[in-house]
Structure formats: structure tokens, C-alpha cells
Design a protein around this ligand. Structure first.
Ligand code: TGC
Ligand code: FAD
Length: 399
């Protein structure tokens, strides 16, 4: 990749499995995980720090991500997916985020927020037009829900379509859209003349449609983010999903992606724990390894305890998802929990590396900064708490 320097450091990451969660996985799950871990070590770990520092999205990885089956692992193979189950999908997201949340974002947007809505809501013709190319990484997609004035409350969106014969005229703007400046197409959510939310595929390059990049991010720097701006964009009617109406359309896609984040953020936690364990075993102060001091052991013990609880939570969520029984509120709880423990573990790990913890010799600060985004996107930490609150009380704090 032009301008990106390949590090000669070896990625020493080893998985951690304190409760034998591996025994709950099938051979196919483990094979998928190991293949992604090997690919990450070979192709991404050597460049990720430099990509992050230079705020460059490694776009050449889209085709490689497709080859390792990271786009829609649980979607049918006929539609460009991997034909695997929800646990395989989760494990793949975990291995990617173990390296970098931005890498996982590349896969979750493409698979869960672009391929999934097309698979679930588009006509057969649209599916065959877009899904094979998205599944192979030939096309890059993005998902436009958030607007400058409507983030946590997407139901208030003002982006709209107006009937114009054989097409709709689309106007409005979307903000904070992962991959938009490099996308070939966008799944866009907009209100029709009755005020109902509709979904559609809009190809970039359509007159009136621009995707300016957002600069200055101090988090998720290896992922590219932009806007979607629509000025009288003509969207042929066959590009609009025929049957889905209302916020449940985009929210159902978010459930799929939030599930992946629930698994993924544990990957970032595992990498921080792995680094802290290795560092404190090697680094000596006062004549013995840091890991030999009680305060260090308390930190390590608490980290692996939280990781283990989170691993068990997402495994159970995965079995529920495989049976089609995982509720949106259960997914919210897991997304929130994984983000929270990962961020706390990243902060502890940073302290445990002392001064070295603030350098890019170690992945900790990068994970920590990334996790601030992960805590916010796909529904903020407090929004997920309120979803749980609503589920357990039956009282809606949003209205
Ligand atoms: P509310 O009245 O509660 O619900 C409207 C309709 O939606 C249904 N529903 C769901 N359906 C499927 N899955 C879910 N998770 C669902 N949650 C709700 C609900 O049953 C209802 O259906 P119906 O038939 O009655 O119409 O809606 P509300 O307006 O009160 O909002 C509720 C709230 C706040 C929970 C929701 O809007 C929300 O989740 N806000 C957070 C917004 C958000 O998550 N945005 C994410 C943008 S995409 C992104 O961040 C991608 S990052 C990409 C990367 O990884 O890089
Ligand atoms: P706001 O909604 O303004 O929230 C600000 C604060 O207020 C938060 O702490 C929130 O929890 C709190 N708050 C809001 N409502 C309440 C309430 N009722 N009670 C208590 N507190 C409340 N969106 C997409 O559509 N597609 C993408 O691909 C995408 N990618 C993203 C990539 C990045 C790097 C980032 C940072 C964001 C991305 N997003 C994307 C947008 C993301 O989903 C939103 O940032 C998020 O939903 C929060 O919206 P907001 O930023 O407008 O914050």
C-alpha cells in the first residue's frame, strides 16, 4: 500500500479461554477463527499502526476480507454470504476487532448493514445485482441512517423522497457514514410523502449525490468516514425496497450489526489483556516481574474475569440468535456490556504498561481510542441502557 510502512514486529497474540468456551464451539467455528487470526497476523498487524497513525483506510483489504469470508458470514452463500451460523459470524468479528475496531467496522458495515438489508428487503433482481459483488469485495457499500440533527433519534430524520413518475427524488443529508467516501453504493433510509421510513439502494455517481469525507477523527482512524449529501437525486423506483416501512427496517439491520459488535469488542479487550499479561510478566521493577505484585494480579484477575463473563454472554446470545430467538434488548445488553468491559480493560492495560503504554509500540491506546467510537455508534452506551430499562420495566424513557 502506497505510503504505508510494514512493521517488522511479530504479532504474538494468543487467545485466552479461561472457562473452556472453546469446548462449546464446533470444529468449523474454530477453523474460521484460526483462519482469520492467521490472516490478521500476516496481512493486517504489520500495517495497522501506520494506517492508524496516518489515518489511512487499507482499502486493498476489502477483497481479502471477502476471501476470508468476513462479509455476511451467516448470510446464504447464494447471496454472497458465508452460509455459516451466527456464532461463526461473531467469532470472525472478534478476531478482526482483536486487531482493530476499524477493521471490524469494514466487515460489519459491508455484511450486516449493506448486504443484510439488501438480502432481507430487496427484490430478487436487486439481490442478484448487488449481493455477489458486495460479497466478493468488488463493490463497497455504506449505510446511511444518522443525520446531522438526528443521531440517537433516527425516527426524526428529515431526508425524504418525493414521487416523480418512474423515480423518487431524494433530498437530505446523512452524517458519520462509515466507508461513504469510497463506496460504490449506499443503503439509504428516508421518509416518503406519508412520513414513512423507506429503504433504498443509491449508487454513488448518481447526479446530485456526493460523499464528502469527515476529517479530524481521533478514533477509528484506520476506517474512513464521511457524509451522504443528496440534492434532487433521482432514484429509480426499482431501487426502493418494496415492502418494508418504518424504523423497524433500519433497526433490524442494527440488531444484526450490534450483535457482531458484542462479540467484536471482546476481541479488543482480549488484545489489551494479552499485551498487559505479557508485558507485566517481562517487565521487572523492585527486583521482580510486575506480574508478581498483588496490585498487578488484581488488575489481571479482574480483566480475565470480565472477559470470561462477556465470552459466556455472547456465546449464549449466539445460540439464541441461531434459534432466531435473540431479542433486540438482549443484543443491546451484550453490545453495551462488551463495550464497557473492553474500554475499562484498555484503560487498565494502558496504566500497566507505564510510559510505554502511551506509545504505538503497543496496541493499547489505539484500542482505547477506537472503543470510544464503538461505545457511541450503533446506539450509544446510554441508549442501550435505556433499551434494557424499557425492557425490564415496560416503561418507555424515550417518549
Ligand atoms: P420505537 O418506537 O421503539 O421502534 C420503532 C419500531 O422499530 C421496532 N424496533 C426494532 N425492530 C428491529 N430491531 C430492533 N433493534 C428494534 N428496535 C425497535 C419497534 O418494535 C417498532 O416497531 P413498530 O412495528 O411498532 O413500528 O422507536 P423510537 O423512535 O422510540 O426509537 C427507539 C431507539 C432510541 C431505541 C432507537 O431509535 C435507537 O436504537 N436509536 C439509536 C440509533 C442508532 O443505533 N443508530 C445507529 C446508526 S448506524 C451506525 O452507527 C453504524 S456504525 C457502523 C460501523 O460499524 O462502522
Ligand atoms: P446524540 O444522539 O446527539 O447523543 C449525544 C449524547 O446524548 C450521547 O451521550 C447520548 O447517549 C445522549 N442521549 C441522546 N438521547 C438521549 C436520551 N433520550 N436520554 C439520555 N441521553 C441521551 N451512522 C450511520 O448511520 N451509519 C454509519 O455507518 C455510521 N458510522 C459511524 C462511524 C463513526 C466513526 C461514528 C462516530 C459514528 C457513526 N455513525 C453512523 C453514527 C452513530 O450511530 C451516531 O454517532 C450515534 O447513533 C449517536 O448519535 P449522535 O452522534 O448524533 O449523538
Amino acid at each position: 500500500m502506497e505510503g504505508i510502512v510494514r512493521s517488522t514486529k511479530t504479532d504474538l497474540y494468543a487467545g485466552h479461554d479461561y472457562y473452556g468456551v472453546d469446548d462449546l464451539l464446533s470444529e468449523d467455528h474454530k477453523l474460521a477463527r484460526d483462519a482469520v487470526r492467521d490472516w490478521v497476523k500476516q496481512s493486517v498487524s504489520p500495517i495497522i499502526e501506520d494506517c492508524y497513525e496516518k489515518a489511512v483506510c487499507p482499502t486493498h483489504l476489502f477483497k481479502e476480507l471477502a476471501q476470508i469470508g468476513a462479509f455476511g458470514p451467516s448470510l446464504p452463500e447464494k447471496y454472497g454470504g458465508g452460509g455459516m451460523d451466527e456464532i461463526a459470524y461473531g467469532i470472525i468479528m472478534q478476531e478482526l476487532e482483536r486487531c482493530d475496531s476499524g477493521l471490524r467496522s469494514m466487515a460489519s458495515v459491508q455484511g450486516s448493514l449493506v448486504m443484510y438489508p439488501i438480502y432481507r428487503y430487496a427484490t430478487e433482481e436487486q439481490k442478484m445485482k448487488y449481493l455477489p459483488k458486495l460479497g466478493s469485495g468488488e463493490f463497497i457499500g455504506c449505510f446511511g441512517l444518522t443525520e446531522p440533527d438526528h443521531g440517537s433519534n433516527p425516527g426524526g430524520m428529515t431526508t425524504n423522497i418525493v414521487d416523480d413518475g418512474d423515480a423518487y427524488i431524494l433530498n437530505g443529508a446523512k452524517m458519520w457514514i462509515t466507508n461513504s467516501p469510497i463506496a460504490d453504493l449506499a443503503v439509504v433510509w428516508a421518509k416518503d410523502e406519508e412520513g414513512k421510513i423507506r429503504g433504498m439502494v443509491v449508487e454513488t455517481g448518481t447526479p446530485g449525490f456526493t460523499t464528502p469525507e469527515i476529517h479530524g477523527k481521533l478514533s477509528l482512524r484506520a476506517s474512513i468516514t464521511g457524509e451522504l449529501v443528496f440534492e434532487d437525486v433521482r432514484v429509480p423506483k426499482e431501487q426502493v425496497f418494496p415492502d418494508i416501512r418504518g424504523l423497524k427496517g433500519p433497526l433490524s439491520c442494527l440488531s444484526k450489526a450490534r450483535y457482531g459488535i458484542a462479540w467484536g469488542a471482546i476481541g479488543a479487550a482480549l488484545d489489551c489483556y494479552d499485551s498487559a499479561l505479557r508485558y507485566t510478566m517481562q517487565r521487572e521493577q523492585f527486583g521482580k516481574p510486575l506480574a508478581g505484585f498483588q496490585l498487578t494480579q488484581k488488575k489481571l484477575a479482574e480483566m480475565i474475569t470480565e472477559i470470561t463473563k462477556a465470552q459466556l454472554m455472547v456465546w449464549r446470545l449466539g445460540t439464541l440468535a441461531n434459534d432466531g430467538k435473540a431479542t433486540p434488548a438482549q443484543i443491546s445488553m451484550a453490545k453495551r456490556n462488551s463495550c464497557e468491559i473492553a474500554l475499562k480493560i484498555a484503560r487498565e492495560a494502558r496504566q500497566m504498561h507505564g510510559g510505554m503504554g502511551i506509545t504505538n509500540e503497543y496496541p493499547i491506546m489505539r484500542h482505547m481510542a477506537n472503543l470510544e467510537t464503538v461505545l457511541t455508534y450503533e446506539g450509544t452506551h446510554d441508549i442501550h441502557l435505556l433499551i434494557t430499562g424499557m425492557d425490564v420495566t415496560g416503561l418507555n424513557a424515550f417518549k
